[in-house]
Design a protein around this ligand. Structure first.
Ligand code: HEM
Length: 139
């Protein structure tokens, strides 16, 4: 597995752990209401699990398994993917913290970071989205 996929999967698992914990707290608080302010965790719960876990897992695995080029670098240039990985995680962190603190302007900034990350990942995968051609690609 390429290093980018390893780090994307590790970060995805981290987001999953924190997002799941927030979900458990929300659920417990729903069954036995203790602190109304715990509901502030809901947007972070959604962000961590939908973007930080599911989207990141998909992108990390896609970078690993999409068709490779015949000649090195077999997965194309990895720089856009690394920058995308960094921006995705910064975005998730920013949106999560900002939504807990109620700072909408930072939520917007985080979303821009996430959207840029997805464009970078997609642009790095795009050239690899081709049917196999002898001499150009292997599956
Ligand atoms: C991949 C896993 C998960 C995803 C993508 C996810 C996503 C979401 C989303 C989108 C909502 C908002 C639903 C709405 O407003 O109608 C939500 C709410 C919630 N989630 Fe999760 N969730 C996940 C796992 C979990 C887990 C494991 C728990 C508990 C241990 C949990 C507990 C909750 C609770 C308590 C709410 C609030 C429900 C309410 O509004 O009454 N979630 N989740």
């Amino acid at each position: 597995m390429p290093r980018l996929s390893v780090w994307a999967l590790r970060a995805a698992l981290l987001n999953f752990s924190v997002g799941f914990t927030f979900g458990a707290l929300l659920l417990a608080n729903k069954a036995m209401p203790a602190m109304g302010s715990l509901w502030r965790l809901l947007p972070a719960h959604i962000e961590l699990l939908l973007i930080g876990w599911i989207v990141q897992l998909v992108l990390g695995i896609a970078f690993w398994i999409f068709p490779r080029f015949k000649f090195p670098p077999k997965r194309g240039r990895s720089e856009p993917g690394w920058i995308g990985w960094l921006l995705l995680n910064l975005g998730v962190l920013l949106v999560s913290i900002a939504s807990i603190l109620g700072r909408q302007e930072l939520v917007v900034l985080g979303r821009i970071s996430e959207a840029t990350a997805v464009v970078l990942f997609a642009s790095s995968l795009w050239p690899r989205t081709k049917p196999t051609e002898i001499g150009k690609q292997i599956t």
